[in-house]
Design a protein around this ligand. Structure first.
Ligand SMILES: [Zn+2]
Length: 318
């Protein structure tokens, strides 16, 4: 699943491509009985409402909150945005920008990518939602597993937006300056009995961390993923390993962004290209490999922890 660095990479791409463009139409073939009555475009009645609201509007800006992409719209003249399209890519979704040809006679797969070339990558060919712009370009959501979420939030200002049901319970942003070591410790203390990996991935505790960056951060800081939070304190004071973990989280997320995200799985940037962070892993999906920490003779092993594949060194992460 795309995590903070992948979502940020997409948002960085949107800033360079769709800001200032006017929406001329929207299309989707998401249609799920399971989502009937939900406030997402998988409900067809909601999609009609969505379409009416966003067509004719202009993209004002794009930002990220946790793993959510926020595309802010306005009427093209007013300064502030009053409606926001929210996209959560979930397991396999990713947004793509370019030119497509639409063939309405085709029931399945009516969108054929024209350019850029990378849109033709098979991972980019599962288009289920498209925004068309007045300059003849498209923003398409490829999503093979169809778990992605697209919704809109009408709001008067940023505070109302952040208090919407989609966003209100999310924890602090780990790359923010205000996210200090004390803040991190305060968040962890909310789950004293929790296992550290599971707590790191809890979006209400800290935003944006998933399986890849949790495994990598724990490897960097030498912490066993099943370690209980309460065991990481001595007489109420955080053990030194927590300071290492705090640094490791910031470093690995920042590195993920600078490498354009992780494309070990389906993720691609808005141009349809792979990120490079998958070449930087020390633990994630490295099971059976010798640990590459200097002087460590360990091996990376894989276990299931709370249902998630978890990778760690059997020597230096204890
Ligand atoms: Zn090791």
């Amino acid at each position: 699943m795309p995590e903070l660095p992948e979502v940020q990479t997409t948002v960085n791409g949107l800033k360079k491509t769709v800001v200032g463009l006017k929406i001329t139409s929207v299309w989707s073939d998401y249609d799920s009985a399971y989502f009937l009555g939900s406030e997402t475009i998988k409900d067809r009645a909601y999609f009609k409402k969505f379409s009416k609201e966003v067509v004719g509007k202009t993209v004002h800006s794009a930002t990220r909150r946790a793993k959510n992409i926020l595309i802010h719209l306005n009427d093209g003249t007013k300064k502030d945005s009053d409606v926001t399209i929210l996209v959560h890519m979930k397991m396999t979704g990713h947004l793509l920008y370019g030119k497509y040809e639409f063939d309405q006679k085709k029931k399945k797969d009516p969108w054929t990518p024209i350019m850029p070339e990378a849109l033709k990558d098979p991972y980019n060919r599962h288009v289920h939602f498209v925004i068309s712009f007045s300059n003849g370009s498209e923003l398409a959501l490829s999503d093979v597993r169809k778990f992605a979420k697209v919704a809109m939030i009408s709001h008067g200002n940023e505070t109302i937006l952040m208090e919407s049901s989609h966003l209100k319970d999310i924890g602090p942003e780990p790359l923010d300056k205000e996210f200090t070591f004390d803040k991190f410790v305060e968040r962890l203390r909310l789950k004293p009995r929790g296992m550290i990996k599971q707590v790191l991935m809890d979006q209400q505790i800290v935003a944006g961390i998933g399986n890849i960056y949790a495994d990598e951060s724990l490897w960097l800081s030498g912490i066993h993923p099943a370690q209980k939070i309460e065991e990481m304190f001595v007489k109420g004071k955080p053990k030194p390993c927590l300071k290492l973990l705090f640094r490791a989280i910031k470093d690995s997320l920042a590195k993920g962004v600078s490498f354009g995200g992780d494309s070990m799985s389906d993720y691609r940037n808005v141009y349809g290209e792979k990120g490079q962070f998958q070449n930087e892993h020390h633990a994630y999906q490295k099971n059976g490999m010798p640990c590459d920490r200097k002087g460590c003779k360990g091996t990376i092993v894989r276990i299931k922890l709370a249902g998630r594949g978890t990778h760690f060194c059997n020597i230096h992460q204890r």
